[in-house]
Design a binder for this molecule. Structure first.
Ligand code: SF4
Ligand code: SF4
Length: 265
C-alpha cells in the first residue's frame, strides 16, 4: 500500500443544525433508526420508552396568537468534548464502555463492555442515552433488513448516537485500500445529514477549514445547548430567532443570561 506521510491533525467531527431550515418532518430520525438498527416498539407514543437516538423537540416562544412561533430542534448525542475528552458520560463510566476517541472526537459506546449501571445516563445533561429494558423485537422478516455494519444491542446495555461511526470506519477502509490516508468531506457523512430534505444538517470536521462546518460554527447566530455547563459539545445550532437561542442556552429566571460558559460558575 502506498504510504503518505502527511501531518495528521486530530479531527473533530461535528454538526451544525440550522433550526430556521428544519421543518420537523422527522426524516433524520427515521434514517438514523434504519441506519443503526435502532429497535422500535409497536406503540411509540410513550417517548420515555422509545429508543430513538435522535429526537426532535418542538419548542414554542410561549406567546399567544398572533405572536406564537415554534421551532423544531433535532437532538442527537452532542458529542461533548468537555476538557480534553472528559465528556460527562466518559468521566463516570466504570467500565470504559464509553470513550472519547482522540482521533475523531467521537464519543463511542462499546456494548459488550457496558454492564448497565446507567451512571452515564445520569451524567448526560442532554438525555441522549437510552437503556435497553428488553431485547429488541423486530417485526417478522425484518431481521433481513438489519444493517450488518452495526451490532444490535441486547437487554441491559445503554446505547446512543455514534455519529454513524461505522461509516467512518468503512470510508477509512476504502481510502486505505486506495492508498489514501485522508477522507474527503463527502466520504464520511451521517445518515441524518443525508436524509434531511431541507438541508438543515451539515456534518464534517470542525478542525478542517475546507469543511463547511468550519465556517458555519462561527456564524454569529450559532449556539450550543447548555454552553454554560462546559460540556463543550460538537453539535452547533443556528437560529436567527433570539428566543430560540435563549431556549438553547436554557438559563433560569434568576440566572444571568448572555454570559459565555466557562463551566466554573
Ligand atoms: S429531516 Fe431535516 S427538516 Fe426534517 S426534521 Fe430532520 S433536520 Fe429537520
Ligand atoms: S451528550 Fe451525553 S452521551 Fe453525548 S457525549 Fe455528551 S454526555 Fe456523553
Amino acid at each position: 500500500m502506498k504510504q503518505d506521510h502527511e501531518h495528521k491533525q486530530n479531527k473533530k467531527y461535528g454538526m451544525v443544525i440550522n433550526l430556521d431550515k428544519c421543518t420537523g418532518c422527522g426524516a433524520c430520525m427515521a434514517a438514523c433508526m434504519a441506519e443503526n438498527n435502532v429497535p422500535f416498539r409497536k406503540d411509540e407514543t410513550d417517548k420515555l420508552l422509545s429508543t430513538a437516538w435522535l429526537r426532535i423537540y418542538k419548542l414554542n416562544n410561549g406567546k399567544p396568537y398572533p405572536e406564537t412561533d415554534i421551532c423544531y430542534l433535532p437532538r442527537p448525542c452532542q458529542q461533548c468534548e468537555g476538557h480534553a475528552g472528559h465528556s460527562p458520560c466518559v468521566s463516570v463510566c466504570p467500565a470504559t464502555a464509553t470513550d472519547y476517541d482522540m482521533e475523531t472526537g467521537i464519543v463511542s459506546q462499546i456494548y459488550t463492555r457496558c454492564f448497565g449501571c446507567r451512571y452515564c445516563m445520569a451524567a448526560c445533561p442532554y438525555h441522549v442515552r437510552l437503556f435497553n429494558w428488553w431485547d429488541p423485537v423486530w417485526p417478522d422478516g425484518m431481521e433481513k433488513y438489519l444493517s450488518p455494519n452495526v451490532s444490535v444491542r441486547m437487554r441491559g446495555v445503554v446505547e446512543k448516537c455514534s455519529f454513524c461511526f461505522h461509516r467512518y470506519q468503512l470510508a477509512k477502509d476504502k481510502a486505505y485500500a486506495e492508498g489514501r490516508r485522508e477522507l474527503a468531506e463527502e466520504e464520511y457523512q451521517t445518515a441524518c445529514t443525508q436524509a434531511c430534505p431541507a438541508d438543515a444538517i451539515t456534518f464534517g470536521d470542525l478542525n478542517n477549514p475546507k469543511h463547511k462546518v468550519y465556517e458555519l460554527k462561527n456564524d454569529p447566530r450559532a449556539f450550543r445547548l447548555l454552553e454554560r455547563l462546559g460540556t463543550n459539545p460538537k453539535v452547533y445550532y443556528i437560529s436567527s430567532r433570539e428566543w430560540v437561542r435563549r431556549a438553547g442556552d436554557n438559563y433560569l429566571e434568576h440566572e444571568k443570561t448572555g454570559a459565555v460558559a466557562s463551566g466554573h460558575h
